[in-house]
Design a protein around this ligand. Structure first.
Ligand SMILES: [Zn+2]
Length: 102
């Protein structure tokens, strides 16, 4: 996958379309990503000890990687990432919009 943890993305389809966030986790097997504050689902947490109330927390659920676009850290635009191999053999990810490493 061309997206990794810590990348900023924009959601391009679905109910969260247009929202931006940072990748918390990449699920390679499921081809999904977990993005902070996106696709939040309420989860009921059971109390650890009897007599206390359980609390509701919101946790982000994964969304398909095909519904997000990488935001280039150089030009700040949603982009498709490409690969470039440097003369020393190192692979870098480049932005197809501005051509810089991202
Ligand atoms: Zn760029």
């Amino acid at each position: 996958m061309r997206i990794k943890r810590g990348d900023n993305i924009i959601v391009i389809s679905g109910k969260d379309r247009g929202k931006q966030g940072k990748i918390i986790k990449v699920l390679t097997k499921e081809q999904g990503v977990i993005v902070e504050n996106i696709n939040l689902k309420k989860k009921h947490r059971r109390p650890k000890t009897g007599g206390k109330k359980g609390e509701k927390i919101e946790v982000p659920r994964s969304i398909p990687v095909s519904t997000v676009a990488l935001i280039c850290k150089n030009c700040g635009k949603p982009t498709r990432a490409g690969r470039q191999i440097l003369p020393d053999g190192k692979k870098v990810r480049i932005c197809k919009k501005c051509g810089l490493e991202t």
